[in-house]
Design a protein around this ligand. Structure first.
Ligand code: BG6
Length: 285
């Protein structure tokens, strides 16, 4: 069966053997396997009972990146917004000869009363996951179905499972300006991004739509192709930050890198009745 609906998640299985799992909590994709190999990092300490954002996978950041800043309306929302900590609905599932597709939805009627008060807009999010033999596409559509314009940030906050963080690089960001949230400076990327300590950077106004994370010391890696997404965040917490996170093992930073595509440097302003969409296709190198 291409899609198994379980009470808390949808499991997509492609005839090639590729598979993916998406929790309804946050519509968080927690697994993508190709050739029986997991490509997505999920912390051994991740909390999967819907009481906390899932540590790993692809949490969806919406409508604010990080903590919003007063006087912007998003300032009172939780870090990275409410989409990753709300219960989504499975809207549709289908399959054809090439792809297995599941569509998840969240709107203003499904979020908590508290978030609805803090962010009083009528919206609808549709998140589509399309699994093919060697690729997976994740697409977010944002619809303003109310009569007031609203601002949002969003990210497909992808945690990749990698052999060794100090032996990967992110290719495709050379020449892009970034804000370094660790050093609290702005800088210009020269060459590929490497991880030698804590990295938390927001690359804005990308020059390419195609990024690679090669494993360097061994064959393989992953590739991202973006559509409609103008910024990329690169994050690895390294030792100290890792030790401070209750839902992340102390040594797990070696096995993950977040390459998070979205719109975060500036808010997207969505007028009443308008829609926005952005997507990424992940494939193997
Ligand atoms: C990244 C941010 O997107 O997410 C980091 O740039 C942040 O600053 C990280 O630490 C994880 O955030 P959270 O809320 O899941 O712990």
């Amino acid at each position: 069966m291409p899609i198994a609906h379980q009470s808390n998640k949808a499991v997509l299985t492609h005839p090639s053997g590729a598979s993916a799992e998406v929790y309804l909590y946050g519509a968080t994709l927690t697994s993508w396997k190709v050739a029986n190999k997991e490509r997505i990092f999920l912390s051994e300490k991740a909390i999967l009972d819907g009481s906390k954002a899932i540590r790993g996978g692809i949490p969806l950041v919406f409508p604010v990146f990080g903590k919003g800043r007063a006087p912007h309306i998003t300032a009172a929302l939780p870090q990275h917004g409410f989409a990753r900590i709300s219960l989504w609905k499975l809207l549709n599932s289908s399959d054809d000869t090439h792809t297995v597709t599941a569509e998840f939805g969240l709107d203003h009627t499904l979020i908590s009363e508290e978030y609805r008060k803090l962010w009083p807009f009528d919206f609808s999010l549709v998140y589509t996951v399309k699994l093919a033999a060697e690729t997976i596409e994740t697409q977010l559509r944002v619809h303003n179905i109310g009569d007031k314009s609203f601002d949002f940030n969003t990210l497909l906050h992808t945690y990749f499972l990698i052999p060794d963080a100090s032996k990967v690089k992110v290719v495709g960001l050379s020449g892009v300006d970034y804000v370094d949230k660790v050093l609290q400076t702005s800088a210009h990327q020269q060459g590929d991004v490497v991880i030698r300590g804590e990295v938390d950077r927001v690359y804005a106004n990308l020059k390419s739509t195609n990024f690679q994370v090669p494993y360097v010391a061994e064959q393989g890696g992953v590739q991202l192709q973006l559509k409609g997404l103008g910024d990329v965040v690169v994050w690895n917490p390294w030792t100290e930050k890792a030790a401070g996170m209750a839902d992340f093992g102390n040594e797990e930073f070696h096995k993950m890198i977040c390459v998070e595509a979205g719109q975060v440097a500036e808010f997207v302003a969505l007028a009443a009745g308008d829609s926005w969409e952005g997507s990424q296709v992940l494939s193997l190198l």
